[in-house]
Ligand binder design. Structure first.
Ligand code: SF4
Length: 234
């Protein structure tokens, strides 16, 4: 059956290759560790290695958990809106910058709140419970802050539903609005986008290629091996 697997993998990769490259900075990336990473992505520089079919299947499975969480919440009789009356995902965009966000939903549970869903493996799930969202998953914390501010959903804490991919456990975490972090990370994104627009090469936000954020970065080799003038060559 190896041939069948090959065919499936090729189909997954072909679908990915047809997807248009993202030409804006998503708020989901705004809390991520390095602004130069955004520049690689926005300039559509190929990753050191393209995503494998295995990795793309993991992304698909993650999306499936979100659909399930929506179903579970609605089955509980709780109103959860994920799209507007025209069938579009709720979101926002900045008129003068390539900065946008699309939220998972608006939940009506003890107030009207931002709702976000994340699926994660066992250790990540446990860490979330043990340390709290800000310490364990800072980029999710920032994403929620930016969404709350731009969607005007600041009165009540957001709810993040995390699904444990190993066993289907769920936990609902409240994230209170914090204008300091919302403003700080919106400004960071807008400044970086301006610099990118002006053709400046953004500084690495890491002292070494062996730091965790660099080891996890899809442009590690290009970032550290190339001279500045060639850094964004395709
Ligand atoms: S390799 Fe490190 S410094 Fe370079 S873009 Fe990626 S995260 Fe930033």
């Amino acid at each position: 059956m190896e041939k069948l697997l090959d065919k499936i993998n090729k189909g997954i990769i072909a679908r990915r290759e047809k997807e248009p490259a993202r030409d804006y900075l998503g708020a989901s990336s705004a809390g991520k560790a390095c602004v130069r990473q955004w520049q690689f992505s926005l300039l559509n520089v190929p990753k050191d290695k393209p995503f494998t079919a295995e990795k793309l299947r993991i992304f698909d499975v993650g999306n499936m958990y979100e659909e399930l969480a929506i179903k579970w919440i609605r089955e509980a009789g709780i109103r959860l809106d994920t799209h507007d009356k025209d069938g579009k995902q709720f979101g926002f965009e900045y008129k003068d910058a390539n900065f946008k966000g699309h939220i998972d939903g608006i939940i009506y549970y003890i107030g009207k709140r931002l709702w976000e869903c994340k699926s994660m493996n066992q250790s990540s799930f446990k860490e979330l419970i043990r340390k709290g969202i800000k310490e364990s998953h800072f980029s999710y914390f920032i994403q929620a802050q930016i969404y709350m501010k731009n969607m005007g959903l600041t009165e009540y804490p957001a709810i993040l539903t995390a699904v444990n991919k190993n066993n289907g456990d769920i936990v609902n975490i409240e994230i209170a609005f914090d204008s300091f972090y919302a403003d700080k990370y919106i400004n960071r994104a807008l400044h970086a986008l301006k610099d990118i627009e002006h053709g400046n090469i953004l500084e690495r936000e890491s002292p070494s290629e062996t730091m965790e954020k660099c080891r996890m970065c899809a442009w590690n080799k290009k970032c550290w091996d190339r001279k500045n003038e060639r850094i964004f060559e395709k």
